[in-house]
Design a protein around this ligand. Structure first.
Ligand code: SF4
Length: 332
């Protein structure tokens, strides 16, 4: 899955153990030296139509900034971790707002430094702090290339304080099942109706496989969560999301259902997405809907307030009817 086609790399990355491992693992690919992973001129100059092709490249680099950002949703801090960007191509991906057409997968090899800062901050905390390590990429997908997640879980699992958490849209969880996680890593599976996965979340795992991954993780003792995100209000969206809830009721194990907080997030979109998607995926579903969306500054769009309130009420009622065991953490 998502086998890279070429590698851009910073020279300094090859001094790290992971840099050396990746150099060997992908020795058969073209390796192109770069000065700085934030600015690769030959990629920046590509037209938007090259977006999908650019996602076939990976970047191997050293992360220089490790700034923690306070967060008040499911964690205490958002933490830059071992990757940013992604090889998949969900049409609404928020990473496009940060990296524009350069939203390809960057891998950072200095994982020891990054995890050590998290562990030190956790130890100093007066209570158990939660660190969101997956807000810049999908760590289950990244793990296929680097095995960073296996390494992280084993090492963080040995500590005495704090929790890590991250969301995913992928099902490749088998390597995690036998790790000693010590219940310190919470994995939140993001789900959407199968039609949306197929037509909008390009390159991600099927719904049935994602649900099966939740069951496996819960069975292996991991704390798990569910994200219904992003809710995409296509004309038949109520029907689609009702079917999704029925599928979850049918396929989630009783054990998972009873330990599954749910977060619900409505889609936001942007002018940058429109420009890239119209040129890169001209036949794709149009996510911008001028009748249903309104601007919210900085070129971003969200669903109109009345429509969203109606949507929120609908989902609250449906979730409590179909999945009464689960607790809704928030809807935004
Ligand atoms: S899987 Fe997540 S990070 Fe990757 S493209 Fe989709 S939304 Fe973005």
């Amino acid at each position: 899955m998502h086998e890279p086609k070429r590698v851009y790399y910073e020279e300094a990355a090859l001094e790290y153990e992971l840099g050396k491992i990746l150099r060997q693992k992908y020795a058969h690919l073209e390796w192109i030296p770069i000065e700085n992973h934030n600015n690769i001129p030959e990629l920046r100059q590509n037209p938007n139509s090259e977006f999908a092709k650019m996602k076939q490249a990976i970047v191997v680099a050293v992360r220089k900034t490790h700034k923690f950002t306070e967060n008040h949703k499911t964690s205490d801090f958002l933490v830059p971790y071992t990757s940013s960007g992604c090889s998949a191509a969900c049409l609404y991906c928020y990473l496009v707002c940060n990296y524009n057409k350069c939203a390809f997968l960057r891998l950072f090899v200095n994982r020891e430094q990054m995890l050590s800062k998290i562990i030190k901050t956790a130890e100093k905390g007066g209570r158990d702090l939660t660190f969101e390590i997956g807000s810049n990429s999908d760590l289950i997908l990244e793990n296929e290339i680097t095995e960073n997640l296996n390494w992280t879980i084993e090492n963080f699992g040995k500590t005495k304080k704090g929790f890590l958490t991250f969301p995913t849209k992928f099902d490749m969880v088998d390597p995690l099942l036998s790790l000693r996680h010590n219940c310190r890593i919470k994995i939140r599976m993001s789900v959407n109706p199968e039609e949306i996965i197929k037509n909008i979340e390009y390159g991600t795992s099927h719904l049935t496989n994602r649900i099966e991954a939740v069951n496996k993780l819960r069975n292996a003792g991991y704390p798990v969560g569910l994200l219904i995100a992003p809710v995409v209000m296509l004309p038949n969206w109520k029907e689609q999301y009702s079917d999704l809830l029925l599928k979850l009721r049918e396929c989630l194990s009783p054990e998972a259902k009873h330990h599954l907080p749910v977060e619900v997030i409505f889609m936001t979109y942007s002018y940058v997405h429109r420009m890239i998607n119209n040129e890169a995926f001209p036949k794709a579903v149009e996510l911008y809907d001028k009748d249903r969306m309104t601007g919210r500054g900085m070129g971003k769009y969200c669903y109109k307030p009345g429509l969203k309130e109606d949507g929120e009420q609908f989902l609250r009622e449906e979730i409590s009817k179909v999945l009464p065991e689960v607790k809704i953490e928030y809807i935004v």
